[in-house]
Design a protein around this ligand. Sequence first.
Ligand SMILES: NC(=O)c1ccc[n+]([C@@H]2O[C@H](COP(=O)([O-])OP(=O)(O)OC[C@H]3O[C@@H](n4cnc5c(N)ncnc54)[C@H](OP(=O)(O)O)[C@@H]3O)[C@@H](O)[C@H]2O)c1
Length: 327
Amino acid sequence: MKTRELGNNLRVPAIGFGAMVLSPGVYGDIDDTRAETALKAALDAGATHIDTSDAYGADGHNERLVGRAIKGRRDEVVVATKFGLAIPEGEASRSQPVGYAFGELRVNAEPRMIRRYAERSLRNLDTDVIDLYYSHYVDPGVPIEETAGAVAELVEAGLVRHLGLSNVTADELRRAHVVHPVAAVQNEWSMWRPVDPDLLKTARELNVGIVAWSPLGNGFLTGTVQQLGEGDFRHNAPRFSADNLASNNDRYAPIRDLATRLGITPAQLALAWLLHQYEHVVAIPGSRTPAHIEENLAAADLVLHRDTLARVDEALAGFEVTGGTLL
Ligand SMILES: NC(=O)c1ccc[n+]([C@@H]2O[C@H](COP(=O)([O-])OP(=O)(O)OC[C@H]3O[C@@H](n4cnc5c(N)ncnc54)[C@H](OP(=O)(O)O)[C@@H]3O)[C@@H](O)[C@H]2O)c1
């Protein structure tokens, strides 16, 4: 698998694996046996950058799954996790508005909490160091310099290797980077969710990698989502309401057709297109299905001709998505 560099010296596969899909209550029901099979398939196929969070699944469920999967092969894997949304009972939190139907997330990224979060994640992951540690969302009550400073102390203490920031603006990236070099920003970026041009410009200037979350648009860009099952969190995302999903699928047809003409799948076109947008962007698609994982990873080797990229851009310019954004 081709690799890319995040920040100054964190090398990861161009396509990694987003583990959120493996906890119950995200894309519906899933059991640990299926989750463990998917993680093993991802690692065996070379998706050795695994992205998780202390907030995926109940009580660190997702981190514990990852911890079991990397047992005995820790050195092969770049383990990335996040903090700030799994707040212990009785601790304060602030509101971060989001475009999901529930309207907000609660965040606590106070420096006094961060070592406690890291120690909990290390226990869940059953490891002694986190390779890439992200603040999951910015805490509106805490200057980002203070959050970054607390992670810098963990780097100093050897508990964390690299600082990451998720769901940040260009200005927040710049301010945190002064305190400690940021290896990667993790924001939503896909064919139906353009990256903020200021953030991309700042990342280029500071040599910061971008880890694109939901690079398949929560599955939409694979062209296979016609309706949602029970217990699927996408019921909270207006882009997936029955009417919006039908009209978005209609408007996406030219891009699906382009993939067919190229002899690849829409998922592969979506991932390959993303990798062509910035030399330091990597994708972390999630999947519970080994065949999908293989299909996605094959996109790392696709080279798109500039005429193809121009045709995609033209098709995307006419692809007006209904249902707003999530952030
Ligand atoms: N930092 C943040 O705030 C944030 C927020 C959201 C997500 N993330 C990260 O980004 C990762 C990926 O995001 P995501 O899971 O939301 O969305 P995604 O990767 O865009 O899409 C996942 C969905 O696509 C389906 N899928 C994957 N490959 C497929 C293929 N080849 N053909 C058909 N269907 C396919 C999966 O279903 P199957 O299981 O059936 O394959 C799943 O339903 C997460 O795991 C998480 O690590 C971060």
